[in-house]
Design a protein around this ligand. Structure first.
Ligand code: NAD
Ligand code: UDP
Length: 313
């Protein structure tokens, strides 16, 4: 049994990770300031003796005796991270700095939740880890993209300078139950719009692509990465290589919900990447990991979740 700190543990991905780690018998501290996450996401874990929750902002130092840190604290959806962009950069950069300091002092392993956004609007397709990216430094997505890039830099400098045992994963678009209803991400938007019979909003011409990974596949990838040998630092892509246009996604959601919603087109936000698909050769080779859940199956489970949320309300 390990003592594990999960920052951002009350968020969408963090709550699934905490659940898995608690069920595996580890002693889990979920640290969160509830900026975009909520206690509801981890409500079901609160009575367990091996789970505790701490309200804390990662922009401030934190101290605990632990064996592993999963650093997830950071708003992830464009409308959330663009709401207070200075706070977003601070969370990524100061959060990484304080957590790396904690990892250095406790000599524990630390995993950084980086992102496919480090590739920006990619000129190489699919994206391998060796691609350095195409990122606007001053646009509306930069607080997130550059914050995450700077965090990666700090991880590797702490590793080289202080021998911190780092693990860096680059997560591609992930979806599933407990995504926030109003977080503006495409999967939650389309499903909510379809279930409510509202217009489905496609930004741009809908021909831009994304590769969607179901959350249980990601959690498995995160744990395999953490458990891999210290010599494998990453960065490693964790995502599902199945690539879809937003039009295809909208059609699937309409089909699976049986909705009468119509598709409407709205302006494409600034710097919206035109295509995205992970090259996962490295994860396959080093972690023996590849995603198991196909988009159709994952979408159906996520639709069931949002239906239950709407019923409860
Ligand atoms: P989320 O917004 O649901 O979760 C983020 C969590 O971090 C929330 O619980 C939030 O309250 C907490 N948080 C934010 N700022 C904080 C701060 N200053 N101090 C403490 N807690 C803070 O997002 P998510 O989708 O679960 O993403 C989790 C992580 O995975 C993020 O680091 C994100 O960048 C990364 N990621 C997610 C995706 C995706 O598709 N969901 C893709 C790439 C990377
Ligand atoms: N998108 C869309 N309609 C929506 C929300 C998003 O067409 O209601 C598009 C968005 O412009 C982007 C893609 O869907 O091209 C994925 O958006 P999301 O915010 O989920 O993730 P990210 O852009 O960060 O990959």
């Amino acid at each position: 049994m390990k003592r594990i700190l999960v920052t951002g543990g009350a968020g969408f991905i963090g709550s699934h990770l905490c659940e898995r780690l608690v069920n595996d018998g580890h002693d889990v501290i979920c640290l969160d300031n509830f900026y975009t996450g909520s206690k509801e996401n981890v409500w079901h874990l609160l009575g367990k003796p091996n789970f505790e929750i701490v309200r804390h902002d990662v922009c401030q130092p934190y101290w605990a005796e632990i064996d592993e840190i999963y650093n997830l604290a950071c708003p992830a959806s464009p409308i959330h991270y663009q709401y207070d962009p200075i706070q977003t950069t601070k969370t990524s950069v100061f959060g990484a700095y304080y957590m790396l300091g904690l990892a250095r002092r406790t000599k524990c392993k630390i995993l950084q939740s980086s992102t496919s956004e480090v590739y920006g609007d990619p000129a190489v397709h699919p994206q391998p880890e060796s691609y350095w990216g195409n990122v606007n430094t001053i646009g509306i997505r930069s607080c997130y993209d550059e914050g995450k890039r700077c965090a990666e830099t700090m991880f590797f400098d702490y590793h080289r300078q202080h021998n911190v045992r780092i693990k860096v994963i680059r997560i591609f678009n992930t979806y599933g139950p407990r995504m926030a209803q109003h977080d503006g991400r495409v999967v939650s938007n389309f499903i909510m719009q379809a279930l409510r019979g509202e217009n489905i909003t496609i930004y741009g011409d809908g021909k831009q692509t994304r590769s969607f990974q179901y959350v249980s596949d990601l959690v498995e990838g995160m744990i395999r990465m953490m458990d891999s040998g210290d010599d494998f630092t990453g960065p490693v892509n964790i995502g599902n290589p199945g690539e879809f246009t937003m039009l295809e996604l909208a059609e699937k959601v309409i089909d699976f919900t049986g909705s009468k919603s119509k598709i409407v087109f709205e302006p494409l936000p600034q710097d919206d990447p035109k295509m995205r698909r992970p090259d996962i050769s490295l994860a396959k080779e080093k972690l023996y990991w590849e995603p198991k859940v196909k988009l159709d199956e994952g979408l159906k489970k996520t639709i069931e979740y949002f239906e239950s949320v709407l019923k409860e309300r």
